[in-house]
Ligand binder design. Structure first.
Ligand code: HDE
Length: 687
């Protein structure tokens, strides 16, 4: 097995146009003199200017006033949704020209990569909330192309709760903490959310995804991204194809267990950003392939769903995903506020060759994103912030406003003009000008939903039927948990009745645990399935998995080192856990550094455990190690043991699939690596 990563160096500012541009804004304050914002050197930063040592502070202390005023204004409104997020820089390399589909240059030119910036996020929680909440994840990518910025503002779930943007404020009000007591934070397990669901049944399909393992990603590096809406690609001849965009993670799609996710929320609420940040620092650059599903315009009505309906996916078995390029994230941000917080995405940021459709959800989004930036970023000049600036020049007659950086020269700020020979001048299509796709549109002005949008359950059924047994059990447990937290029995009943339309057996299993009447009638099981929807059919790889090595003074140094070397050769990341930080001494003089103690870490923060132990018996260590192993075992994780570790497993009766014992295994490290590659051992019997 080889590492799945391209062996590429960190983004060089020379070759990456966006990094080159950002370089002029990056400031290193080390070894510099402290100054005011006006550049005046400051002599004292601890004591304000006073009338006498014990006297009042004087208003003329400009340094104090400036420092305090700036501090008082440090916060900006958080995003209404997707407030909690983290980002990285990278680049996108196209495999082969897509000129048959699009005139977008970055999708035709394979000669050089396009710089990108990606922001991952949860949806419901506030800016400081836990990252492992059960939630959809945002996956927003800004491509800094030579023809302008293109934003693919997607989620890790391919469908959405609602079909029309006018309902978005209602959905978000319902899922956010309830207004009378601001509870619960970052959680959909409460009355208003489920009341919304029961009374807006178009949400059924998305709810199935949200109750599935997809909403508990193991890592931002291990989740898919979806553009959700149907867009258009338009080529040089003006011919259009419908398209759906996908990001496919090279490491496969993997999830946490709910029990783990909740414990991680306490142990490390920053779990996902830490994982992304550390991976990039380690050179384990996350990679995603860009996938396209294409439907020719002539086939718009070939399907038994409306391709403009954002609650529907295009089954991959019916419309295959063509992989057209790869994105690699290889540089961490330098400053979270300046980059992650100030980045402004917008599904309406498109380049020639990419166009919209009449998906009513997309149409509404085209309004919302600039509108929200105006309040969040304080005015209409947010495109001038370093992270948002295109890498190509931009010229127009827009002027002024809060925070204007550009110094436009000359008297002209209007079109048409003669003073500047009517420039800046519109470009022709041949010269790279954006021409909207000329779709013929006619109709009555109505507030209505097309009949073709009214089937809310077929694809929810397809999703349920495509799940493996273990995934189905997780979905049932998720419904039981979420609805178990709903106080109003009538809401619980409505939801159970609603999901009888997806699967009678599912709704009955939920009802059983939440004190409501089990439906007697509902959807029968169906035969259709889409294997691409099950995470059991994803890619499995041991690389970048984190292994806790439980180590104590007196371990067999040579043996442990050999095992760790084999793990590291596969890109696995072992980290020593002991009873205290510092060096752990082997019996042969070998020393390994403990990165964690039992006090500072927990089994839920690792993918696997290697139990080694050490010299003499120590009850406290033994107790901590046993608890650690039991937790990993109950979460179906790979476990390996040698020396004293073997004894611990025996005493705790931890045995079965995915448990590798050195004395019983000829190729110990190899077997452990295979167990790690499988990630979880679902056929293990847990007590
Ligand atoms: Fe968003 N969404 N959204 N959304 N969305 C925002 O824009 C909105 C929708 C998504 O990391 C906001 O800058 C409406 C679908 C992501 O900065 C806001 C509707 C999808 C992000 C907004 C939707 C998304 C946002 C809040 C219904 C998946 C975070 C702050 C029509 C395809 C981007 C902001 C980042 C953010 C509006 C539905 C993805 C309020 C009106 C569907 C990833 O403008």
């Amino acid at each position: 097995m080889s590492k799945p990563f391209s062996n590429k160096p960190n983004l060089s500012t020379q070759e990456n146009s966006k990094q080159k541009q950002l370089e002029q804004y990056r400031v290193d304050d080390r070894n510099k003199r402290l100054t005011t914002n006006q550049g005046v050197k400051v002599t004292e930063d601890e004591f304000s200017l006073k009338a006498g040592e014990r006297g009042p502070t004087l208003l003329e202390d400009f340094h104090f006033r400036e420092k305090m005023t700036h501090f008082d204004h440090e916060r900006i409104p958080e995003r209404i949704v997707h407030a909690r997020g983290f980002s990285a820089h990278g680049e996108f390399q196209l495999y082969e020209s897509l000129e048959r589909y699009t005139r977008a240059k970055f999708l035709r030119d394979t000669s050089k990569p396009t710089p990108v910036f990606v922001r991952f996020s949860t949806v419901a929680g506030s800016r400081g909330s836990t990252e492992t909440a059960r939630d959809a994840r945002g996956f927003a990518t800004k491509f800094y192309t030579e023809e302008g910025n293109y934003d693919l503002v997607g989620n890790n779930i391919p469908v959405f709760f609602i079909q029309d943007a006018i309902k978005f404020p209602d959905l978000v009000h319902a899922v956010k903490p309830e207004p009378h007591n601001e509870m619960p934070q970052a959680a959909s397990a409460h009355d208003t959310f489920w009341d919304f669901v029961a009374n807006n049944q178009e949400s059924a399909h998305m709810i199935m995804w949200k109750m599935s393992d997809r909403s508990l990603p193991r890592s931002f590096r291990m989740m898919e991204g979806f553009g959700v809406h149907t867009f258009r690609l338009v080529n040089e001849e003006g011919k259009a194809h419908f398209v759906k965009f996908h990001w496919k993670p090279v490491l496969g799609v993997h999830s946490l267990l709910w029990d783990e996710a909740q414990k991680i929320s306490g142990q490390d609420p920053d779990f996902h950003r830490r994982d992304l940040y550390e991976s990039i620092e380690n050179g384990d650059y996350p990679e995603y392939e860009l996938g396209l599903q294409i439907i020719p315009e002539e086939e718009e009505f070939r399907f038994d769903f409306d391709i403009l309906d954002p609650t529907k996916l295009w089954p991959e078995e019916e419309v295959p995903v063509q992989k057209v390029g790869k994105m690699i994230l290889n540089r961490n941000v330098d400053n979270v506020f300046a980059e992650s917080e100030q980045v402004a995405f917008h599904p309406g940021h498109v380049v020639p060759g990419i166009d919209f459709t009449n998906d009513p959800l997309l149409q509404g989004r085209l309004f919302s994103y600039t509108d929200t930036q105006l309040i969040r970023l304080g005015g209409p000049n947010f495109h001038e912030l370093p992270i948002n600036r295109p890498v190509c020049p931009f010229h127009n007659n827009q002027r002024d406003g809060y925070g204007r950086h550009t110094i436009n020269k000359g008297p002209v700020s209007y079109h048409k003009n003669s003073i500047a020979a009517n420039t800046p001048a519109p470009a022709s299509e041949a010269d790279g000008g954006y021409v909207h796709y000329q779709e013929k549109v006619e109709g009555y002005k109505v507030r209505a939903r097309s009949d073709s949008f009214k089937d809310h359950f077929s694809q929810a059924k397809l999703f349920w039927n495509s799940m493996s047994q273990i995934e189905k059990l997780h979905i049932i447990d998720a419904f039981r948990f979420e609805l178990g937290k709903v106080e109003r029995e009538s809401i619980r009943q409505q939801v159970v009745d609603m999901f009888a339309n997806v699967s009678l057996s599912l709704s009955q299993s939920i009802a059983e645990a939440i004190g409501v009447t089990a439906p007697r009638e509902g959807a029968a099981e169906i035969a259709d399935s889409s294997p691409a929807l099950s995470q059991l059919n994803t890619t499995f790889h041991p690389a970048t998995r984190k292994v806790a090595v439980l180590l104590k003074d007196g371990f067999d140094g040579a043996k442990v080192k050999a095992v760790l070397q084999e793990l590291e050769a596969q890109g696995i990341r072992p980290e020593v856990v002991s009873d205290k930080l510092g060096m752990v001494k082997g019996m042969d003089g070998m020393e390994l550094k403990a990165k964690h103690s039992f006090l500072t870490t927990h089994a839920v923060l690792f993918d696997a455990v290697y139990a080694v132990g050490g010299g003499e018996t120590d009850t406290k260590f033994r107790k901590n190690a046993a608890a650690f192993l039991k937790e990993a075992f109950d979460h179906f994780k790979p476990i390996a043991a040698s020396g004293a570790g073997e004894q611990w497993l025996k005493e705790e009766k931890l045995e079965g699939p995915g448990v590798v014992i050195e004395s019983a295994s000829g190729k110990f490290a190899k077997s452990f690596i295979e167990a790690i590659a499988a990630h979880r051992h679902w056929d293990r019997k847990i007590g």
